[in-house]
Each structure stands twice: as C-alpha cells, then as structure tokens.
Design a protein. Structure first.
Length: 253
C-alpha cells in the first residue's frame, strides 16, 4: 500500500501484519518514518482514502482509521459491529463511503460523512468473505467467499447475482481492470479465471462473459492485480516463480 507524503511528495509504503503494528516507510531509502501500535488485533488489510489523508486498517471485529497527516498514534475513528475478522476494506472513489467484507459473512457499506459511523447497507452471504472489489462504475461490489461463490451486489437496487467458477474451491481474491473491461479471480487451488465485462447503461447490470481459465500456481493463489494500463495481471502465491500465460504477467512470491 503506497501513499504520497503531503509534505515532501515522497512515496511512502504502509505495512501491517501479525506483530500488531502499522509502519510507514520511505520506499527510496527503506527507512521507517513512523510506527503505529495496533495492539488489539493483527492487521488483515490496509487501504488509503483517495485524498491520501486517512489509512483504514481491517482487523478483528473492527476497522480502525488513522490520520496520515498528523503524528497522532491513535486511531481517530473505530468502525465496529463486525463479530469476526474484517478481511477486506476499500473506498469509493470520492471518499464518501467505505466498503468491507468479513468472516461474519457480511459485506458492509460505511457512510464516512456520518458522525455516527453508520452502516446503511449490509449484504449477507452464506460463508465467510475473503475479498471484495468495487467496480470502477462505483455501483457494483463484487464479493468472494469461502464457498467459492462470487457475488455481484448492485448497490443501487440491492439485487445480487451469483457466479460459481469452480466447485469445492475458495475465492481468495478478485480484481477488475481499470478500464472496466476484465475481471480476474484466483482460488485456493491456484487457478485463475478471467471474464470480459460489459457495463450496462443506466440501471442495467454489468454482464460477465467467461474468457480464460488457467493454472496460475500449484498451491493457493493469494492475490491478483491488473496493471494500471489494464494490459497485464499479476498473481501471487508462496512459490518463488515468474511465468507468463495467455498474455498475462503471472508472478509468485
């Protein structure tokens, strides 16, 4: 996770893990500029607001918000109400609301403009949620769960559509290309699935058409990510291996 320092325009890397800390690093020097204690839980996910002012840390039963523009070591907002781990967090492009997914089988929309930390929308599925991905159109949230189901949740209508790429597999990550033309998902069997996306006009839902399926890794594929120009996609697991398939850049670490 990277941000741009508001004072000197240096790129800063934010990391978090099981040592109950969040650290901000200078990427050009490897120097840790700041360490924030995150004592209540491990850090499951990190995301920075579009204005680069705040950092959200997904944790056990909470999402903590930290101020990146000050030296305040404490969270300035505590979003609670989740009974288990929050596994995924992200923001609407204008920073008006935040979305999250968790092991309590619920995806949530949080109103960042409300002083009451309100959660006006909740979408419940049948299994723990591993990942969430907001479509660039900002009105459809894709949710992947441990039952191997991808849900397309329409935030305008609350309607949803289910997609099962493979039986007896867990969806571990989902990503959509910046140009909105492709969606990728990876699972615990190391397989990658690619769909073409056709965004509907008005209130018409996005149409998904299967495009590719291939074995990206021999074991769990943990993450997938499209490049900014939407030409390549990277996939990550445990093994030190780099290879290409179907015109996609596939990388494991």
């Amino acid at each position: 996770m990277t941000i741009e320092n508001l004072d000197n325009d240096q790129i800063i890397l934010a990391t978090g893990g099981y040592d109950h800390t969040i650290k901000l690093w200078q990427t050009h020097s490897g120097i840790c500029n700041r360490t924030v204690q995150h004592a209540d839980s491990q850090v499951n996910d990190l995301e920075i607001t579009p204005d680069r002012h705040l950092l959200a840390a997904a944790s056990y039963q909470h999402i903590y918000m930290y101020d990146l523009t000050s030296n305040n070591p404490n969270a300035i907002v505590n979003y609670e109400g989740t009974s288990k781990n929050v596994t995924s967090v992200g923001f609407q492009q204008d920073g008006k609301w935040m979305y999250s997914g968790g092991e309590d089988c619920r995806a949530r929309i949080w109103d960042l403009r409300s002083r009451n930390n309100q959660c006006p929308k909740i979408f419940e599925v049948q299994s723990a949620i591993n990942c969430t991905c907001l479509h660039p159109n900002q009105v459809e949230l894709f949710v992947g769960d441990q039952n191997g189901i991808i849900y397309r949740w329409d935030l305008r209508t609350d309607n949803n559509e289910q997609l099962i790429p493979e039986n007896d597999a867990m969806i571990l990550d989902i990503d959509i290309s910046p140009d909105s033309n492709l969606m990728a998902s990876v699972n615990n069997k190391g397989r990658c699935y690619i769909w073409s996306l056709e965004t509907g006009l008005g209130d018409i839902a996005t149409k998904l058409t299967p495009r590719h399926k291939f074995e990206a890794h021999k074991r769990h594929a943990l993450k997938c990510k499209f490049s900014p120009d939407s030409r390549y996609s990277k996939y990550r697991n445990y093994r030190p291996l780099t290879h290409k398939k179907l015109g996609l850049n596939v990388e494991a670490t």
